[in-house]
Design a binder for this molecule. Sequence first.
Ligand SMILES: Nc1ncnc2c1ncn2[C@@H]1O[C@H](COP(=O)(O)OP(=O)(O)OP(=O)(O)O)[C@@H](O)[C@H]1O
Length: 696
Amino acid sequence: MVSKEDTSLLNQWQRHYFMLKSETSTPSQNADAVRGMLTQLQYAQMTNRLSENDATCELYRQYFEKYSSIVDNQNKALGLNNYADTATALNRPSESLSWKSSVSLDNITSVPCIKSLIQNSKKNLDDPNSSTIVIAKPKQTRITTQVCSPVDMPTSHNAPRPLFKALTSTDNPAVIRSKPRNTSDSGFNYKASENSVRQSTSSNVSQDDPLRHSDFVPNQFAKGFGSREGKRGGLQSQMDDGWSGSCRQPSRPLQSFKRKASSSSSSGIGQGSFKSEDSMSRTGNYGNSYQGNTDTGEDSRNNQASSAFKTARDQLIINNQKKAGNRGVRGPPLTSSYGGTKKSLGTTRRGINSKFIPPVVSRDEDGDGGGTTYGRTDSRNHRSKKDESDEIVDERLKNIEPKMIELISNEIMDHGAPVAWDDIAGLQFAKSTIKEIVIWPMLRPDIFNGLRGPPKGLLLFGPPGTGKTLIGKCIASQSGATFFSISASSLTSKWVGEGEKMVRALFAVARVHQPAVIFIDEIDSLLTQRSDGEHESSRRIKTEFLVQLDGATTDTTDRILVVGATNRPQEIDEAARRRLVKRLYIPLPELQARKQIVENLLRQQCFSLNDSELQQICLQTEGYSGADMSNLCREAALGPIRCLQGSEIQNISADQVRPIIFQDFQDALLNVRPSVSEKDLDVYLEWNQQYGSGVK
Ligand SMILES: Nc1ncnc2c1ncn2[C@@H]1O[C@H](COP(=O)(O)OP(=O)(O)OP(=O)(O)O)[C@@H](O)[C@H]1O
């Protein structure tokens, strides 16, 4: 029993058969029409528009074989094969000449359907929402065609779903395929939206045309393949859904659609002559691959299902990365990495997968016999390559939540731009003390042990803007230690309720990455004196911090230094104060230090100041902090710009701007006032007198 739908399709086919017989069309039109009908029926079968009952199959088989024999018959009198080149529109010299495919490696990109595919592919690549799948440049023996998103596939029974076989390579991981759908049929990939299907017109493919090695030619191909409506005559116009396409040499019943492409190969192209990578690149990147090497067609189909699926977005990312690579630029990955700089120290954040690089390079590891911790960048790069392969999770992190480790690694571990000791003006005592307790012990742990063991806690206190954070940065760059920089307020507010876990994680990660320096800005807010009204969570954080600090202090093998910075040392809990053994006062810069700050800042500017003018400026800035001096210089640097008239700012070249002069500083002094009061200073001096290190 043949279903109604089957009957309608088969009737239609039969009708065309009689029309062909009537010879009202030219042979080339007939060739187009027959191939169109074959493809239409293949399509109908593959989309289950033909029921699987025996009667239908038998009829289908008969018609298919009949038409296949016509269209593939090499005999000029009996077959239509000689007219196959109409599909490519490559203008065969004469219809009377024996047919020989004019498609070659050189002109393949001139074939309209290929052109159309290239355009479609480009369009889809440009559209980030498109889920069109593309194939990367194949290794060889492959022509690629475009695959449409499965989501674009019409679901209605009446809406045609063009299918075509993806003869993809099994060995090329660059091949990206659409999600296999209906793979039980043939492992086909899918393409074309409903609209594009409806727009498709007839197509013919020569027997030797490479396209015929796809069991079904996609409608984009069909569309491009010499759709010459005017010439086509009645046959094509009667195709009710407008779908037509190419066919291959069908000589088997329905099931034969899955057969190897090799059965129909007859010419060079068809037998896998598309081996040139160059030709592949000229055809562009398309979704479905065509494999000229017909012997492997079946295998490749079988392997399709196991191939990795990539979304168009993934592919876009790959393409972008490739583009960046081509430009010789290491393009940033299109991952969700927002804000590459770290707030606290303004330095680069390390990626989630980045590994710690121990800063002190042993002589052996360094390989150059240098064994120095300075010149950190190189040694780190050197180590990072090694460590990337080392994915072993340290035992010490076993009880720490991975999320916390990740947060510490991403947010806190900090590798700042190098700051040299000379960049810090003045503060000689603080600098030499830090060298003694931080740098040397890190360099020579063998000497600095036992009684000479370095303190594990250091407190930098003093007025705001005096360079405490700068010292932290300098320690980070010069010690070669892994540097963790975190604001205490982050611990208490950012990870509410999890602060103590963060503290634990921080020390655990630091322990793994020894030698390490943990720099905690605003440490007073973390270690404030205990009080009755104290919030439970901050009490817990503080307790945890003290426990950890104790652990670091008592374990002599740990090489962890905690550096706290504060403007309010008087608020620090006494238990914490005790553990921060070295307490260094970072005062306002003295005259000489202020001079150095100004000179350093002016170095890269055009200025005109003699020594006495500079001296006068520095005398006038008594009581200014380092940050105030920096602000003063910025303000003075704007003086020459403020002198410019109206539109001059738009036209003047940078080297025409006049130098910064003494008067600019005088004007700036009116705007920038010292930020630290005498009264505040008294508090520091008093506290330093009582608790500070190295007070004479
Ligand atoms: N001794 C110094 N030498 C050179 N520049 C300094 C010095 N002190 C401060 N500065 C300048 O002031 C800026 C702010 O300094 P920094 O942030 O280190 O101060 P701070 O003591 O940490 O301030 P706060 O206590 O407010 O955090 C620095 O970036 C630098 O430009």
